[in-house]
Design a protein around this ligand. Structure first.
Ligand code: XIL
Length: 369
């Protein structure tokens, strides 16, 4: 009797042990133990967003943001926060927008973008403090003395950079100041004409005083590869560095097209020489036009993919490239068709927010660890 009881007990222990062992081997059993929300928690898959992939490389992948769709189009915000870890106000921080009258600033749009970025763990690249365009009438229609205009610019920079101190990570301090067609290679503008070439270093010094932690950039177009324009940019920023001006980086706008995309080897060389000056570089305004090439659309999109992919690869391989921003979120709101007055599709998402081959190109490049 006791023998039978003992055997039954041993059998029972064996059954329980085997059952619990199976419990740990059987994934279904584990899943059954999870609450519904735990079971739905995100798992790492091959379809990570751009920003997840960018985070792994510690670089930023950004988009320029337009106020109209930002306020009115819910899907715009969805894509923005899902895919990008950085944003640049496309127009909201330009001079005339922020400072429409001499004694009045309007920070509403800019502040909303900054708050949005903070709420979604995105960096903000401020654009732009000193530019020859988008200036208010009160500024361009007054005859200023040099001292007066310096005071106007200083106050603008102190007020704007100070307003967003600690919230805007980096600023385009001076934009498009070079025009290689000019004698001294500096662009004609109210700033150059009234203050003189010194306006550039003054702007950097004032921005640095207003926020010593912000990264300060000189930003320009068609100076991505090697040539007269990028040489002129290089000389300008080298002189600034040698004079001890607080400049930290160069923005390469990268408005380009499948017809005349820069050679990635030249872009790499340009980044390298800027690295020798201990300057960061960032691709700040990338878009790739497909207009004017007579090929099926599918091929054009593959050509476009290649350009995006080449530039991302160049950035990832460079020691000093901190990120890549596209000048807009979807083709629907790109500035290119308006500016060039012809249809185009230069961005990563189409008009219905479907990702394009260019998007896959960036993902493929970022997946290569
Ligand atoms: C463009 C905007 O995209 C347009 O919406 C606006 O009408 C004009 O400016 N280089 C720059 C950007 O530094 O500020 C420009 O943005 C594009 C070229």
């Amino acid at each position: 009797m006791w023998v039978w009881c003992g055997l039954a007990l041993i059998a029972a222990i064996l059954v329980i042990t085997l059952a619990s062992h199976e419990h740990f081997q059987n994934p279904t059993a584990v899943e059954q133990e999870l609450t519904p929300s735990e079971a739905l928690a995100p798992v790492e898959t091959d379809t990570s967003s751009l920003r997840d992939l960018a985070d792994r490389h510690s670089i930023s992948v950004g988009a320029a943001v337009l106020m109209d769709p930002f306020r009115k189009d819910e899907e715009y915000q969805t894509i923005l926060t899902r895919e990008f870890n950085s944003l640049t106000p496309e127009n909201a921080m330009k001079f005339a927008r922020l400072h429409p009258e001499r004694d009045r600033y309007n920070f509403v749009d800019a502040a909303d973008l900054v708050t949005f970025a903070q709420n979604h763990q995105m960096d903000v690249h401020g654009h732009v403090l000193v530019w020859h365009r988008n200036l208010p009438d009160w500024l361009t229609e007054t005859e200023w003395s040099r001292e007066e205009l310096m005071a106007v610019l200083q106050q603008h920079i102190y007020t704007v950079v100070g307003r967003f101190r600690g919230q805007v990570d980096s600023w385009d301090v001076v934009n498009e100041a070079i025009d290689v067609e000019q004698k001294d290679q500096l662009r004609e503008s109210i700033w150059l004409n009234v203050i003189g070439p010194e306006y550039i270093q003054l702007a950097f010094r004032w921005a640095h005083e207003a926020d010593p932690d912000a990264q300060l950039f000189y930003n320009d177009y068609k100076g991505e590869d090697l040539g007269r324009k990028s040489d002129a940019i290089y000389q300008l920023v080298r002189d600034l560095v040698q004079q001890g001006v607080p400049i930290h980086g160069v923005g390469l706008q990268m408005h380009t097209s499948i017809k005349d995309a820069p050679d990635p080897r030249d872009v790499a060389e340009n980044m390298r020489r800027l690295n020798d000056l201990e300057l960061t570089v960032k691709i700040t305004e990338m878009d790739v036009q497909i207009h004017g090439v007579d090929r099926p659309e599918a091929e054009l999109f593959l050509n476009q993919k290649q350009v995006y992919q080449d530039m991302m690869q160049t950035c990832l391989n460079a020691e000093n490239c901190s990120g890549l921003t596209t000048w807009g979120v979807s083709d629907q709101y790109s500035w290119i068709p308006y500016y060039f007055e012809r249809p185009d599709a230069p961005l990563l998402f189409d008009e219905e927010y479907q990702s394009k081959p260019a998007y896959d190109g960036l993902v493929e490049e970022l997946m290569r660890l």
